[in-house]
Write a protein that binds this ligand. Structure first.
Ligand SMILES: Cc1cc2nc3c(=O)[nH]c(=O)nc-3n(C[C@H](O)[C@H](O)[C@H](O)COP(=O)(O)OP(=O)(O)OC[C@H]3O[C@@H](n4cnc5c(N)ncnc54)[C@H](O)[C@@H]3O)c2cc1C
Length: 390
């Protein structure tokens, strides 16, 4: 069957989005602190997208995708970029985990998980971070020991986004303590309904509870829970981090976006502050930064569409997103004034929560310092930072 003509496909995307995405609004943290309601909406939207033949566009048909090329993916992004898509809660599942299953999974794993993930039936989360392993992920202490044909896993993960509502986690664990720090690791797909998995919420400063501590107490896994070769978990993990940075840096949309600047410019107008020259300059700088970030993100996307694997350049839009978040936060206080710190602002802006949330952009998915190291060493090819032994 030949792929649909791009114009016809664009019409199909438009009609679908008009019917299912128009007018959608995100949940506020107050009404949905654990993110469960937002995830249900995301699953439902993704399921409809799958039924309409618009999910997993570039994924092979044998695994439930549409088997189309990057042009169709681009058209979807261009059209979807006009809407708030309600799929933010699926970004780790589809942006970080799914590409790793496609790249490293066995045929059985792909048949088990790919279609279920792209239709929103299975949600995956990422379990790298531990109390003693954040930026230095390879320091993980969670142990997986061989047990018959399978494995037993014991340890603790932390900051696991949406673990409480996900079906599966992709877990980095130490399988050979006698090997080098990076050499003794293996990656696993863990079913969260398994005995011995305990999930406890972490309360965030902005009032949400989207992430968790996850404890594994002698969790029994079959041999086919391993994803990628045993002992090569570091290779799988670094691939996942590259996908994560690209997913974070480029988002789900395509095109030139400047939503933070737009929001503050509208607020400045409403408050009669849009004639203030220094403030205008700051707003223009935020607008410019957002446009530049969009252009870098488009370039990153175009490289992927041209078949290049995700590389260190994904750190550029990721870092830019964190810097824009910080600039937005500071400017919001300037535009709104003291009212912005009120927890239940009657300005309808939720400025205080947003300001606190913006801080997380410089930490989640790898801190800004780590992105700077990657850009310095791997994009600009500057001398390497000293490394911890391992
Ligand atoms: C909202 C949010 C969601 C998250 N979701 C997940 C998730 O789903 N799964 C998951 O596994 N993790 C998740 N994380 C955890 C996140 O990946 C880690 O917090 C992050 O990698 C930093 O690790 P850390 O907190 O241990 O800080 P550390 O690594 O201890 O860093 C502390 C400080 O030291 C700096 N630093 C560390 N090493 C260097 C270096 N080599 N050079 C320069 N500076 C350095 C860091 O930049 C930081 O400022 C999430 C975090 C947040 C905020």
């Amino acid at each position: 069957m030949s792929p649909p003509d791009l114009d016809a496909f664009r019409g199909q995307c438009r009609a679908f989005l008009e019917q299912h995405a128009a007018g959608s609004a995100p949940y506020g943290l107050e009404e949905d602190p654990r993110g469960g309601a937002a995830l249900t909406v995301a699953r439902d939207f993704q399921h409809k997208r799958f039924d309409a033949g618009l999910a997993g566009l570039t994924i092979p048909r044998e695994y439930g995708g549409q088997g189309l090329g990057p042009d169709h993916e681009r058209v979807w992004r261009e059209e979807a970029g006009r809407y708030h898509l309600m799929t933010e809660e699926l970004s780790i599942s589809l942006g970080n985990c799914l590409p790793v299953i496609l790249e490293f999974g066995t045929d059985i794993q792909k048949r088990r998980h790919v279609q279920a993930a792209i239709s929103g039936r299975q949600v995956f989360c990422q379990l790298f971070s531990e109390p003693e392993a954040g930026s230095d992920v390879a320091s993980v202490r969670t142990r997986a020991t061989p047990d018959g044909d399978g494995w037993r896993v014991t340890g603790q993960k932390v900051w696991t986004t949406l673990a409480h509502v996900a079906e599966y986690g992709i877990v980095l664990a130490r399988t050979d303590p006698s090997a080098s720090k990076h050499g003794g690791l293996t990656m696993f797909i863990v079913d969260f309904h398994q005995a011995g998995v305990e999930i406890r919420p972490i309360h965030q400063i902005d009032g949400g509870m989207h992430f968790n501590e996850v404890f594994f107490d002698d969790v029994v896994l079959d041999a086919d829970a391993v994803i990628g070769p045993v002992g090569e978990g570091w290779r799988v993990a670094t691939a996942m981090m590259r996908h994560q940075r690209v997913a974070r840096g480029t988002g789900q949309a395509s095109g030139i976006l400047h939503e933070h600047a737009d929001r503050l410019i509208a607020e400045a107008r409403a408050r009669g502050r849009n004639e203030d020259p220094p403030l205008r300059q700051e707003l223009a700088a935020l607008y410019t930064a957002e446009v530049c970030r969009s252009l870098v993100a488009l370039r990153t996307r175009a490289a992927l569409d041209a078949g290049q694997p995700p590389g260190p350049g994904g750190s550029l839009p990721k870092l830019a997103g964190a810097l824009i978040g910080a600039r937005f936060r500071d400017l919001a206080f300037e535009v709104v004034g003291p009212e912005a710190v009120a927890w239940e602002a009657d300005s309808g802006g939720d400025w205080a929560r947003d300001a606190l949330f913006m801080v997380s952009l410089s930490i989640s998915g790898g801190t800004s310092e780590i992105q700077r190291n990657i850009i310095g060493e791997r994009v600009l090819e500057l001398p390497r930072e000293p490394r911890s032994p391992g």
